[in-house]
Design a binder for this molecule. Structure first.
Ligand code: PGA
Length: 295
């Protein structure tokens, strides 16, 4: 049947491109390269024999036929994921799989929690799906994973939240920056310096923007960078200062940057394990939840 209508993977790719509105973002969400997303889209169009998308300037648009296919593909995928869950339930706890949607910053500490769990459940297969806050909200809305990790869970009464670690943001400078030698500096001094900021859609950026909006603070944003690691390296190269989660340094390494003490720059939140209450928890998911709650 696949031969005539396209594969499930192609439908997954099509839906991701539709939801993200861009091949680039869809490729990030699915951990594929852009050319392979484009190739799979083209193959699907060829197999179905109708145009699904077209370019308008730099934007990808969906034809009426494309929208119709997306609608059906979504239903097919929901059923397919559901089937996977039912099979996992039947297999019982020792052989299941767990899928986690993680905001990028959570990748620093979640592996340790998973490692602990895996000691007592060695056959469980974990899948980490990473994205920024906005991308993980989209995954949660589409009910794609068993659990999600956010520091700012979306407001959705369907979602249950289990508090985990604190998430404090810290300021960083290159080792040879004059601020690196200071015991502390004022918020005013810090704000004048060029700052490297995470992209729109990032939870870290949201924390920083909320903090500044509440206090009427203006930052001197020099560059927008889509990854914590890239921010760290760009700080090292002297292009600006950064504000990152403390876990980026404690688990991801702090070599080459100095944590600086900016008086009054107190931005902190908490990490939450989040799950959709209407989604039946598989025995594996229940065991993982209990281990995080006990944690
Ligand atoms: P981010 O999320 O990786 O999207 O910045 C971190 C957070 O939610 O605090």
């Amino acid at each position: 049947m696949d031969k005539y209508l396209g594969t499930l993977r192609q439908f997954e790719i099509l839906v991701a491109v539709f939801d993200e509105g861009s091949v680039t973002r869809a490729s990030e969400r699915l951990f594929l390269t852009q050319p392979s997303v484009t190739m799979q889209l083209n193959k699907l169009q060829e197999t179905l024999g109708i145009d699904l998308t077209y370019q308008q300037g730099r934007q990808i648009k969906f034809t009426e036929g494309g929208k119709m296919v997306v609608e059906h593909a979504r239903r097919l995928l929901t059923d397919y994921y559901d089937l996977g869950r039912r099979v996992t339930q039947l297999k019982g706890i020792e052989q299941g799989a767990l899928s986690l949607g993680l905001v990028t910053t959570a990748k620093y500490f979640i592996p340790y929690m998973v490692g602990e769990f895996s000691e007592t459940h060695p056959s469980i297969e974990f899948q980490f799906n990473l994205g920024n806050r906005q991308q993980i909200i989209a995954r949660a809305a589409a009910d794609m994973d068993d659990f999600y990790v956010f520091s700012h869970p979306p407001k959705d009464s369907e979602l249950a939240t289990v508090p985990m670690l604190n998430n404090r943001l810290v300021a960083i400078a290159p080792l040879n920056h004059p601020f690196a030698k200071r015991q502390h500096l004022s918020l005013e001094e810090f704000c004048k310096e060029p700052l490297l900021m995470r992209e729109a859609g990032s939870g870290t950026r949201l924390s920083i923007e909320q903090f500044c909006a509440e206090r009427g603070i203006e930052l001197n944003v020099r560059m927008t960078i889509e990854s914590n690691e890239a921010i760290k390296h760009t700080v090292m190269s002297g292009l600006g200062l950064g504000i990152v989660s403390e876990h980026v340094l404690s688990h991801g390494g702090s070599e080459g940057v100095a944590q600086i003490n900016v008086v009054g720059l107190d931005i902190s939140s908490r990490w939450y394990l989040v799950y959709r209450q209407s989604r039946p928890l598989s025995p594996v998911a229940r065991a993982f939840l209990v281990s995080v709650q006990a944690g």
